[in-house]
Design a protein around this ligand. Structure first.
Ligand SMILES: NC(=O)c1ccc[n+]([C@@H]2O[C@H](COP(=O)([O-])OP(=O)(O)OC[C@H]3O[C@@H](n4cnc5c(N)ncnc54)[C@H](OP(=O)(O)O)[C@@H]3O)[C@@H](O)[C@H]2O)c1
Length: 211
């Protein structure tokens, strides 16, 4: 199966490495192509560099938009039509950097990036918020944990998107656990109770139920 990854920075490159090591074929794109080229060279034959963001979607079953929240809408608008019929995976937290260089939340308290991104996607795109629930380092070091796999939480309103993102999560070396619909996706974000947790399936399910 082929997955496009648009954005090959901190989290996009970590997701790409984990998916490629699980056997996924990747089509990579970044703003100036350089980070995508460096990453593709590191991964080897499982990854190709697309000529642009739209080209990344050619032949891909799913796309991961590993982008900062501030550029997400612009890229979605740029590639909108081909997103119809695809799984769209978004790991983005609604964070930016203010004029003083401090991390700042870009959405009002209580509104999640998943709820906003839902309104930006074209009809027929299947959204799952996933792969942004851990820092990139923790994500990579927690994959293929044994004897009990670590959980990656996800949120979606779409049953088929759930099946598809579960396959990607397993390919990356984790056990998928659904936190709920997109209205629950704030729990996965920075500051959410399910963010940056490394837990097994039983504990993950009890945490979901406890909320
Ligand atoms: N890093 C983490 O540990 C982590 C963990 C969980 C969630 N997240 C979330 O994931 C999102 C991305 O974070 P990050 O740390 O990976 O950011 P990052 O390191 O800044 O990477 C952003 C990537 O987006 C690419 N990009 C920017 N504009 C683009 C455009 N118009 N078209 C295509 N690609 C474009 C950049 O391309 P260039 O490489 O060419 O500049 C870069 O590869 C954020 O919302 C963050 O909150 C991050």
């Amino acid at each position: 199966m082929a997955t496009a990854i648009i954005g090959t920075g901190g989290i996009g490159s970590a997701i790409a490495r984990r998916l490629a090591s699980g056997g996924e074929t990747l089509r990579l794109a970044s703003a100036d192509h350089q980070s995508a080229r460096t990453l593709a060279a590191q991964i080897g034959q499982a990854a190709v560099v697309a000529s642009d963001n739209r080209d990344a979607l050619h032949g891909a079953d799913a796309v991961v938009l590993a982008l900062r929240f501030a550029v997400l809408k612009g890229v979605i608008d740029e590639i909108s039509a081909p997103l119809t019929g695809k799984l769209v995976v978004v790991p983005s937290n609604p964070l930016g950097i203010d004029a003083q260089g401090n991390l700042t939340r870009l959405l009002p308290k209580g509104q999640s990036s998943g709820e906003v991104v839902t309104g930006w996607l074209p009809a027929g795109a299947r959204l799952a918020m996933a792969f942004g629930t851990m820092s990139a380092d923790l994500f990579e070091s927690s994959s293929n944990r044994s004897p009990e796999p670590a959980v990656l939480f996800y949120a979606t309103d779409d049953a088929r998107a759930g099946q598809e993102v579960e396959r990607l999560i397993r390919t990356a070396g984790f056990e998928p656990v659904k936190a709920g619909g997109i209205e629950q996706s704030g729990r996965l974000e920075v500051g959410g109770d399910l963010h940056d947790l490394v837990v097994g399936p039983a504990e993950a399910r009890s945490l979901i139920g406890a909320a």
